[in-house]
Structures are given as C-alpha cells and as structure tokens.
Design a protein around this ligand. Structure first.
Ligand SMILES: Nc1ncnc2c1ncn2[C@@H]1O[C@H](COP(=O)(O)OP(=O)(O)OP(=O)(O)O)[C@@H](O)[C@H]1O
Length: 281
C-alpha cells in the first residue's frame, strides 16, 4: 500500500532517514517524541515537501507519478492544514462533493449528526475537538483506500479520542483492503488501534514491532546492582540507570520469567518502551 525506502530530508539541524511500510488491511502507528520527524515523513509521503533522497511508493507507484485519481484514494489529516476558518460544514460538504467522485454524502451527514457538529457555524467558532472530528470525517468520507493521519487525536479528551478511534475502526471494517498510517504521541491510542508500530527518534526509525508482540513479549526488568551482574544479557535490548539499579528492556519476557524468578519483570507500556529505547544504552 505504502512503502518508504531510505527517505532522506535534510533541514539545518535535522536529518530524516526513514524506511517503513504500511501493508494492506493494516493500521500502522507512528510514534516518537516532539521533533523526531513524524510530520516531515508524512508530508514527504504526501508530496508536500521536496525530499533529498530515497523512494516513496504509494499503491505500487512512485509518489512523483501518482495521478489525481490515485490521490482521491488517500484521505489526509494534517495538523497544520484544513479548510478556511470562514467556511461552514455545509460549505465543506459542497466542496467535498465537487472534489471527490466517491464522496459519500450520506455517511458525511450521518457522522455530522452523530457528533452533533453545527452545520451553519463558521469553523472559527468550532472547538478544538469539533475541528478534529470534522477533519477526520472529511478524510474518511470519500472512501479512500489509505488514510494518512498526523496526530488526529491531538487536543482531544478521552471520550472524543475514543469516538475518533471507533470511527477509524468502522472505516477499516467496511473494506479489508484499506490501510491507515497514523501518528500519535498518545501511546494508549496506538495500543488499542494499531496492528504494528514504528518508533522514530531524531529522524531514525529505532523500532518496528507488531503491537501484540510489544505488549506480550516486551518487558522491563528491574534489577539492583548485584542482580545486574548475574543477568544473562543476551536478550537485553537497552539498559538505563535508575535509583534502584537498572531498568532493562527485553523482547523475551518469558525467558527472564522462567530463569530469574527473583527479579521484577514488569509488562512495559509503549511509553516506557520508547523511553528506554531512546534513553537506554
Ligand atoms: N520547514 C522546516 N524548516 C526547518 N526545519 C524544519 C522544518 N520543518 C520541520 N523542521 C524540523 O524538523 C524536525 C522534525 O520536525 P517534525 O515536525 O517532523 O517532528 P514531529 O515528530 O512531527 O514533531 P511533533 O510531535 O512535535 O509534531 C524538527 O527539528 C523541526 O524543527
């Protein structure tokens, strides 16, 4: 569906060097700290910025060669893009109707009603949550095959986030050939939504893993100085000094549970895993 191979983008103090793949039928999460390169990657995929190297394929075609009809198959949410603040939902519906052949007016109207978005208020009067919902509705209502979503849940409360996640699940259930690439810094969203997750830091992909494996096989071993000397390091990915000794990230939880019954083995959250991947050695 989407393949990024050795994408390079150079800014003054930042180098992006990124490879990743979004497979058909999959929701792929993209997570990393502020300024790690998520938006830059997504903008490059959408052809919104000039790239310095690498290859991006969407629907099997180089991104430079994709045609307007291919673009119709991509739904987008970007943080710094959107409709003019003077437009209303009614205006936006008309624009979408005229832009996308496959625009599903009924689905659009159903979502607008479900989320109680006012149809004749200007966007400038919308709250952050209302704007975020509208952006996602506009991305999914033209029946695109691929959604590229940059922080679609940013600024939303828990209830609104869950509604957005449900919207994305419904979108996927409708057609098994669809895919989503979604960035978020709220890792619980990614845990419950994504099939696999890429972690990026300082422009480099530092981990790619299926979400199930992240949650079932990865763990954090908490060991004191003495225990750290006896610990078989073969499955330790990263170690970080802590007040009690060391936090050690492993992707072989079972091995340590079976062989080191005395050490504390904690199921790591995605946030803890990212932190150890970035700060550990
Ligand atoms: N147009 C630009 N000119 C110069 N530097 C830029 C430009 N756009 C982004 N950068 C830099 O590239 C780096 C990556 O930024 P990017 O927006 O991709 O990060 P991000 O992971 O999306 O961060 P956030 O989670 O804060 O949105 C940052 O250091 C940023 O300052």
């Amino acid at each position: 569906m989407l393949k990024i191979d050795k994408l390079k983008k150079q800014y003054k103090n930042f180098t992006l060097n990124c490879s990743m793949e979004v497979k058909e039928g999959m929701i792929t999460g993209f997570v990393g700290p502020n300024g790690s390169g998520k938006s830059t990657t997504l903008k490059a995929v959408l052809g919104l910025i000039y790239i310095d190297g690498g290859d991006i394929q969407i629907f099997g075609k180089n991104v430079k060669d994709i045609k307007p009809e291919d673009k119709e198959q991509i739904g987008v949410v970007l943080s710094d893009s959107g409709f003019s603040r003077y437009l209303t939902v009614k205006d936006i519906k008309d624009i979408l109707k005229n832009t996308y052949e496959a625009f599903d007016e009924q689905l659009f109207t159903n979502y607008i009603e479900k989320y109680q978005l006012p149809t004749d208020k200007k966007l400038e009067q919308f709250s952050v949550g209302m704007k975020a919902k509208l952006k996602l509705i506009t991305a999914i209502c033209h029946k695109a095959k691929l959604l590229i979503l940059d922080e679609p849940t940013a600024g939303l409360d828990v209830m609104a986030r869950n509604e957005m996640l449900d919207m994305l699940r419904d979108y996927m259930e409708e057609d098994e050939e669809r895919s989503i690439l979604v960035s978020s810094h709220i890792s619980t969203d990614l845990e419950t939504l994504c099939d696999n997750i890429y972690m990026i830091n300082e422009g480099n992909i530092i981990l790619h893993e299926e979400t199930d494996r992240l949650l079932s096989n990865y763990a954090i071993l908490k060991v004191d100085e003495e225990q750290s000397k006896t610990l078989d390091p073969q499955y330790i990915i990263k170690m970080k000094k802590e007040s009690y000794g060391y936090a050690c990230l492993t992707d072989q939880k079972q091995f340590y549970l079976e062989n080191y019954p005395k050490i504390v083995v904690e199921k790591g959250t995605i946030d803890q895993i990212i932190t150890l991947m970035i700060q550990g050695v």
